[in-house]
Design a protein around this ligand. Structure first.
Ligand code: NAD
Length: 501
């Protein structure tokens, strides 16, 4: 039917990506609609059967072949990531290296984690052999963000494939070329499984088409607001959903911490990738006796950082132009409500770049302390003691990552255990993200479910429990032919045993 309303615009069939640094066009990509997405999911479903039927060793060998190709093409992948996000080439290279670490771990460990294992039976089930196995779900839909367009979606893609699934990825509309390149390299390395891993491109409508396409699980990484919308659509079909969302990560610094090491890590965690890191450092709580010395060290280190596009820049532009407004609002509101800017201030926002901002004394209920800023801004506050630091770190709607800097590793670990966070690093920041065996994910507005590690493999499986009867049971309880008196005797016996143990 033709739409005759005067302002009806034809559906866009392509979209253009632009360099965040210069605004120059980078590439034109198709806007995939429900038909294209459905085709990708149908192909993935056909390819998955052959993939799941392969012996585990063959899947591992093929995934490792893909990993080696990614390593060979590291320069190309990193260049694509850098072009689309604006981050320095070195940071993009590090992102690809972390991706390789995870893909290798997932490929090598999938069989060990997921294969069938026996479990013990009970008194009334000694005649059974019981086991469980983690089976692939089928087709997994992955929706990714733009800030780490290789590492982040691959935390779902690599693990889902290793668990025997097919994957359809919808990369962020800011970084489609990275997603397409990952899929193209998979096809090149593993040509026998065409369609097993594909990427569809477009913005929210394409993402929604993927959510509605009948995938067997949807792994989402992005903001909590979008996660709510996607989860609501998943609810219509009871599609399982995994949400990796934002953070407002806190760092605690104790009186005996190595302040130079803490400042160095805080500055890297807060300003690396222009602060556009889900588990980046946004809040620091330092005990009063070291607060000033820590601030001085943080400001000294941050003061020499230069955002820019050249090879000597420490970090790049804000990838999402709209984020500049959020950063400016957080800093302006904080300063006008009593915070002191120790470095920079509202004037640090000079599109498309934001120079480093260090705040102290922002009100606990200000946006700079409660909302994800996602920019190169860090608030360093003084607290009376570790108890107050823990209370303030935990007083957040986010619970993703955290860090503790402490002279004693044992005390640091004890403080870490009191934090509401999915992952905590002691005497480093983001240490957990580079250990593939460690699960990653949060709670509250940071989402739920885990990627990475054994949990990240199991996340893309359904467990199947099996019993195999080895011999007729000594006391048959599941038969109408058993006299009622025998059943009553069995119940009395069980009761007396449970009373004793
Ligand atoms: P976003 O929520 O704007 O978009 C994420 C993805 O969802 C994009 O691909 C987008 O096209 C898609 N999308 C948007 N609306 C949709 C809809 N209605 N239905 C289906 N898909 C839809 O997030 P973003 O700006 O791309 O990413 C930044 C956010 O991601 C930050 O909050 C950051 O903290 C978070 N993040 C979290 C992790 C983690 O692992 N926890 C990692 C990286 C980024």
């Amino acid at each position: 039917m033709t739409d005759t309303t005067p302002d009806a615009a034809p559906r866009a069939t392509t979209f253009t990506t632009r360099s965040p640094a210069t605004g120059e066009p980078l590439a034109e990509h198709p806007v995939d609609g429900p038909e294209e997405v459905a085709r990708a999911v149908a192909r993935a479903r056909r390819a998955q059967e052959g993939w799941a039927a392969l012996p585990a060793a063959r899947r591992r060998e093929r995934l490792l072949r893909w990993k080696r190709l990614l390593a060979r093409e590291l320069g190309t992948v990193a260049r694509t990531v850098a072009e689309e996000t604006g981050k320095p080439a070195g940071d993009a290279g590090l992102e690809v290296v972390l991706t390789l670490e995870h893909l290798g771990w997932a490929a090598r460990n999938a069989d060990r984690v997921l294969r069938r294992r026996r479990v013990r039976t009970g008194l009334f089930t000694v005649h059974q052999r019981a086991s469980l196995v983690h089976r692939p779900l089928g087709v997994v839909g992955v929706i990714g963000p733009w800030n780490y367009p290789c590492y982040t979606p691959m935390g779902s893609v690599g693990y889902a494939l290793a668990a025997g699934n097919a994957v359809v990825l919808k990369p962020s509309e800011l970084t489609p070329a990275t997603g397409l390149l990952l899929a193209a390299l998979f096809d090149e390395a593993v040509p026998a499984h065409a369609g097993l891993f594909t990427a569809v491109t477009g913005a929210a409508a394409t993402g929604e088409a993927l959510v509605r396409s009948g995938v067997d699980k949807l792994a989402f990484t992005g903001s909590p607001g979008t996660a709510r919308k996607v989860m609501a659509v998943c609810a219509e079909t009871l599609t399982p959903f995994l949400a990796e969302c934002g953070g407002k990560d806190a760092v605690i610094v104790t009186a005996d911490a190595d302040l130079d090491a803490a400042a160095d890590a805080i500055v890297w965690g807060a300003f690396g990738n222009a602060g556009q890191t889900c588990a980046g450092v946004e809040r620091v709580y330092a005990v009063r006796e070291v607060h000033e010395a820590l601030c001085e060290r943080v400001v000294r280190r941050a003061g020499v950082l230069r955002p820019g596009a050249g090879g000597d820049a420490h970090y790049g532009p804000m990838t999402l132009p709209g984020q500049l407004e959020t950063v400016e609002r957080h800093v302006t509101e904080a300063v006008s409500s009593g915070a002191r800017a120790l470095l920079g201030g509202p004037e640090s926002v000079r599109a498309p770049y934001v120079a480093p901002v260090v705040l102290t004394g922002a009100p606990a209920d200000s946006a700079a302390m409660t909302e994800e800023t996602f920019g190169p801004v860090v608030a360093v506050d003084a607290v009376a003691d570790v108890d107050e630091a823990v209370a303030r770190a935990n007083d957040s709607r986010y619970a993703l990552g955290a860090a503790v800097f402490c002279g004693s590793r044992r005390t640091g670990a004890a403080i870490a255990a009191r934090l509401h966070a999915g992952a905590v690093s002691v005497n480093s920041v983001l240490g957990f993200a580079a250990v593939p065996a460690l699960p990653f994910g949060g709670s509250r507005d940071s989402g739920f479910g885990r990627i990475h590690g054994a949990e990240g493999l199991r996340a893309f499986t359904a467990v199947q429990s099996t019993t195999v009867q080895r011999f007729a049971p000594p006391i048959a309880l599941t038969s109408f032919e058993v006299p009622a008196a025998a059943r009553e005797r069995a119940v009395r016996l069980a009761r007396s045993l449970h009373l004793r143990h």
